[in-house]
Design a protein around this ligand. Structure first.
Ligand code: UGA
Length: 427
């Protein structure tokens, strides 16, 4: 293979870290992944992957078997022989909306003295602009370089995204370090955007926040479609043919969520605010997104007359299909708003089985809709398209199916004697 194997350490075995480690190992590099969660490390050593991510368990197993991938709970051991060290640490939203860098800070403080001479430290997590320079100052060693190399993978297709990237962004003032990082990815034959660290950090925020704005825009267009009797599917198809707009990320829904878009838009807004720069467009996208979640619940209330003691069968809990992640989930938020309005919610999600406060979680879709006054589809799992709507009509008390993802076939629901309602569509 077209690769010069490098010894790498990946600090943090979450979504980004584990995918990075397993994929770099599959490219022929030698990888040690480290995490503070000892129990997780013990499971990973046995090839057990906690997150739902296609191809990841197979890549982890292959790496363990061929010896390219190893796991440890000890940072010092992990970095001892490393040529490149990836920081893939959580940067959650702090109470004030900023990105919380305490995990990065404590890891850098701990590993600084142990890093071998000439080692390159790579920031892969989404971190505020200026973090690479800050890490550089904290390390305070002339023999080390810091590179910003943001990751663009999506949950649910993390391995595919990592191995087929649209671009590799490498930001650093250190030419040699930047080349070494870019070389790690050479087998992927992706375009490399070579820039300074601050621009690389900004690229990640600018991309995620652009996607957030695009989604709030399409959700607002969907609302207008409802008012004017237009069909948002036709509208987005017509828009998407224009290559300047593109077809992707134009599906209206119950609002955008997940662990990244909300956190990153909040962090960029705080960065802008601190710098005295107005970013009203992004703030409006965030506010519209909050309203979008409320609008779904309001429409249900209007259709049912009242939500008080209404029984809602909720299809989907994860923030999108293909993942079991509930962080920032619009489905969960809808459920919470419904419960707050006095409704009783019974939910089913193919990837979620935990018990949730105030929300009964059951094992299949038919149990969730039993005696329901309305069904709310909030996550676009493919299996929901194959449901037997005639059977569901018999199980339900009411007739309303509110499809907040425009995911179902309205004709099949209509034939079963039920009433389909979607977002931005009058069918
Ligand atoms: C997002 C970005 O898409 C990745 O490029 C980025 O690497 C990642 O964040 C990150 O920063 O780590 P992800 O959080 O996995 O990826 O989720 P997306 O697929 O972007 O979806 C975000 C939200 O938008 C979900 O709630 C999804 O349901 C919603 N969405 C997406 C729509 O409502 N309509 C669409 O057309 C697309």
């Amino acid at each position: 293979m077209d690769v010069s194997p490098q010894r790498t350490a990946v600090i943090g075995a979450g979504y980004v870290g584990l995918t990075t480690g397993a994929c770099l190992a599959s490219l022929g590099h030698h990888v040690v992944c480290v995490d503070v969660d000892e129990a997780k490390i013990a499971r990973l050593r046995q090839g057990r992957v906690d997150i739902l991510e296609p191809d990841l368990p197979e890549l982890v197993a292959a790496g363990l078997t061929d010896g390219h991938l190893d796991f440890t709970g000890d940072v010092t051991t992990a970095v001892r022989a490393a040529e490149v060290v990836f920081l893939c640490l959580p940067t959650p939203m702090a109470a004030d909306g900023r990105a919380d860098l305490s995990a990065v800070e404590s890891v850098v403080a701990e590993l600084g003295p142990s890093l071998p001479t000439g080692c390159v430290v790579v920031n892969k997590s989404t971190v505020p602009v200026g973090t690479a320079a800050w890490v550089r100052r904290m390390l305070d060693r002339d023999d080390l370089a810091v590179v910003s190399n943001p990751e663009f993978l999506r949950e649910g297709s993390a391995v595919q995204d990592f191995l087929n990237p649209d671009r590799i962004v490498v930001g650093s003032d250190d030419e040699d370090a930047a080349r070494r990082v870019a070389d790690l990815y050479r087998p992927l034959r992706a375009p490399v955007v070579r820039t300074d660290a601050a621009s690389a950090e900004m690229i990640k925020y600018a991309a995620n926040c652009f996607l957030a704005v695009k989604l709030s825009y399409v959700n607002a267009i969907a609302e207008l479609c409802e008012v004017f009797g237009a069909d948002v599917d036709a509208v987005t198809t017509g828009m998407g043919h224009d290559p300047r707009i593109g077809r992707a990320f134009l599906r209206p829904g119950p609002g955008w969520g997940g662990p990244c878009l909300p956190k990153d838009s909040s962090a960029l807004l705080r960065m802008a605010d601190t710098a005295g720069v107005r970013f009203d467009l992004l703030q409006a996208a965030v506010d519209d997104n909050t309203r979008q979640g409320e609008r779904v619940v309001r429409r249900l209330a209007e259709e049912l007359g009242s939500l008080h003691r209404a029984r809602i069968g909720l299809l989907g809990l994860a923030f999108k299909a293909g993942t079991n992640d509930l962080r920032g989930s619009p489905a969960l938020r809808s459920a919470e708003l419904l419960v707050a309005a006095g409704a009783e919610v019974t939910a089913y999600d193919p990837a979620v089985s935990l018990d949730l406060h105030h929300i009964a979680v059951v094992d299949d879709a038919y149990q969730a809709v039993k005696e329901a006054d309305a069904v709310l589809l909030a996550t676009e799992w493919p299996e929901f398209r194959a449901l037997d709507w005639t059977a569901i009509a018999e199980l339900m008390n009411g007739t309303l199916v509110f499809d907040a993802r425009n995911h179902l076939d309205p004709a099949a629901i209509d034939e079963a004697g039920l009433t389909w309602r979607g977002i931005g569509r009058m069918v």
